[in-house]
Design a protein around this ligand. Structure first.
Ligand code: ADP
Ligand code: NI
Length: 208
């Protein structure tokens, strides 16, 4: 890593996020999103430095822990980059990523006009899929004291319900082709996990 702004940003974000966060937004999540962003950014026409900075700052302040305030993450990002005397136009791009990446905001970027946001959003969503996505979902469910599943399997109030509400929809929402390729395996893995889960809780249906 020879790019000093990225190195500095990674150290800053790490120092804030390294304290364990059961809701799934700890430093290790950011590091995975950063690594997947780096990979995806090499596969499309994209400013890698801006995408990497967007990935590093994307969860710097989760609204869930700031009384629902959705603006804090972008404000912190802007302030930090300004303190580094980073280029104003570049700051705008990074802040735009932080402001629009979240699943909740349902912003669908065009990879041609917003390639950096497109790859960061894809990388963030990839991390909610596959084995890691399953682990994060149950970690979040435990943190929120939610049941593993309810009688109505697809009801959103349980962690299993969250797969139907969100996780199984992510594959089709990928912005870029390289992300879609990575998402396929993770999606299929979640589908087999749910099949096995159903078998495990209703063995009679299959054995009888
Ligand atoms: P984002 O940061 O992309 O907006 P969230 O904050 O909603 O995403 O989710 C962070 C992590 O917690 C993800 O892995 C997500 O799947 C998981 N998660 C969010 N809501 C739930 C839920 N109701 N049940 C289980 N897992 C959840
Ligand atoms: Ni995230």
């Amino acid at each position: 890593m020879n790019n000093s702004i990225i190195k500095k940003a990674a150290e800053y974000v790490r120092s804030i996020q390294i304290k364990a966060d059961e809701s799934g937004h700890d430093w290790h999540h950011t590091e995975r999103v950063w690594l997947n962003t780096k990979y995806l950014a090499t596969k499309i026409e994209c400013n890698t430095e801006l995408a990497e900075l967007g990935a590093l700052f994307h969860d710097i302040a989760d609204a869930k822990f700031h009384n629902g305030d959705e603006t804090i993450g972008a404000a912190l990002t802007k302030e930090w980059l300004e303190n580094q005397f980073y280029d104003k136009e570049k700051i705008d791009t990074v802040v735009f990523i932080v402001d629009h990446v979240s699943f909740r905001k349902k912003y669908k970027p065009n990879p041609k006009t917003h390639p950096e946001l497109s790859v960061v959003q894809d990388a963030d969503r990839l991390d909610a899929m596959g084995a890691i996505g399953i682990a994060r979902a149950f970690s979040y469910g435990g943190y929120k004291q939610r049941p593993l599943y309810t009688a109505n399997f697809k009801e959103a109030s349980s962690t299993i319900g969250h797969f139907y509400e969100k996780l199984l929809t992510l594959y089709k929402l990928m912005n870029t082709e390289p992300a879609k390729e990575l998402a396929k395996e993770r999606h299929d893995f979640m589908v087999s996990f749910l099949e096995q889960f159903q078998k495990d809780i209703l063995p009679i249906k299959y054995l009888g």
